[in-house]
Design a binder for this molecule. Structure first.
Ligand code: ATP
Length: 367
């Protein structure tokens, strides 16, 4: 049982740089919480404070009800898997996995049992006598996870553990870690800059930018209802399109006008858009809300978005269309793979008017 609470935690390094600012975040027992954000946003620093590898400048950190600010790393009942794996090169896989247990004085027979159990769970039993240099990247990654598992910690911390794997292996390892999380029933805090990893593995995702927590939510909620332009632009690939726009009077209530498009305000946003009447806003369009009109969903209201096609990426299961609007603004759409658009062609995409996002241009907050 381990819940984690960051209570207004700040980290200022000795050079005066604030890497994490006023972080408040509660991780529930057994949760798989992913900390995600671009390089330098403070996610590793947050994890290292939790692990006890970095002092906390301000605020309090709790595991369950116990404040751990002053508790040494070795007494926190936490195991961490590093991006580099940090395996001891001169030791066998078995010894790497057994090392921390030996240090704790765990009896030899029990070490044998725990290492073998973990090796079985990770399908690396056949590798126990090898040295790390005799392993593939994927196998090393499993050993690093195995070394954490044998300790049976209350909390697992993982810092980009899959970033050294090739794309295919990473997909496989993602699924394995999710399965492991369910099997172990332990709290996981996982750091990555990869939004796909965050979306696929996290029960909840905490998005950070420049040391500041932006939003914490389930993957779907984060995608469907981003709280600001940063989260909206970070989660989703290709990223959301942002167009400068204005809220204008329309026949019924308010409409949205960009340099080249006029569309109604979705009913769901009608009330919230009131204070923005006659003001600038930012219009956000997910690439998948723009359709090839020949392969459009039924029962949706689409408006025409004329573009000049600049790039067509055929992915097999979908086509990514890059183009420019009449004012030169770039736009990207994810459409049906049967789409016949050609580079250089002037075409019309269909925008689902009920699937648009509106943001305040000053604060970046969702309207
Ligand atoms: P990455 O994905 O690149 O590891 P991150 O989000 O994990 O990025 P951190 O490693 O937490 O980022 O670093 C956050 C900020 O703090 C960065 O700007 C980094 O340069 C700075 N930083 C990290 N360690 C120190 C240090 N010891 N002294 C001063 N600044 C530091």
């Amino acid at each position: 049982m381990a819940s984690i609470t960051f209570d207004r935690v700040t980290k200022r390094y000795d050079n005066g740089f604030t890497a994490v600012r006023d972080l408040s975040l509660a991780v529930a027992d057994r949760e798989f919480l992913v900390l995600v954000g671009p390089s330098g946003c403070g996610k590793t620093t947050s994890l290292r404070m939790l692990a006890g590898l970095e002092d906390i400048t301000q605020g309090k950190l709790y595991i369950n009800d116990r404040c751990i600010n002053e508790v040494p790393a070795k007494n926190r009942d936490i195991a961490m898997v590093f991006q580099s794996y940090a395996l001891y090169p001169h030791m066998t896989v078995f010894d790497n996995m057994a090392f921390s247990l030996s240090l704790q004085g765990v009896p030899k027979a029990e070490i044998q049992t725990r290492v073998r159990q973990a090796a079985q769970q990770l399908d690396i039993e056949a590798l126990l006598d090898r040295k790390p240099k005799q392993l593939s990247g994927g196998q090393r990654q499993r050993v690093a996870v195995g070394r954490a598992i044998v300790r049976d910690p209350a909390v697992f911390l993982m810092d980009e553990p899959l970033s050294n794997l090739d794309a295919k292996l990473r997909v496989q390892a993602r699924a394995e870690l999710s399965k492991l999380h369910r099997q172990l029933g332990t709290t996981f805090v996982y750091v990555t800059h990869d939004q796909v990893e965050a979306m696929t593995m996290g029960t909840r995702i905490a998005v950070m930018n420049q040391g500041v927590l932006q939003q914490v939510a389930s993957p779907q909620e984060l995608y469907d209802s981003p709280s600001n332009t940063f989260v909206a632009g970070f989660m989703g690939s290709p990223a959301m399109n942002f167009l400068p726009a204005r809220v204008v009077s329309a026949e019924q209530g308010w409409g949205i006008q960009t340099a080249t498009l006029a569309l109604p305000v979705p009913l769901t946003l009608a009330d919230r858009v009131q204070p923005y009447g006659d003001r600038e806003i930012i219009l956000g369009l997910r690439p998948e809300s723009l359709y090839d009109p020949d392969h459009r969903p039924a029962n949706r209201t689409l408006i025409a978005v004329p573009i000049a096609v600049t790039v067509v990426e055929r992915m097999g299961n979908e086509a990514i269309i890059y183009g420019t609007l009449q004012d030169g603004q770039e736009i990207v759409a994810r459409v049906d793979p049967r789409c016949q658009f050609q580079v250089g062609e002037a075409v019309e995409l269909g925008l689902d008017v009920d699937r648009v996002y509106l943001f305040d241009p000053t604060t970046g907050q969702a309207i």
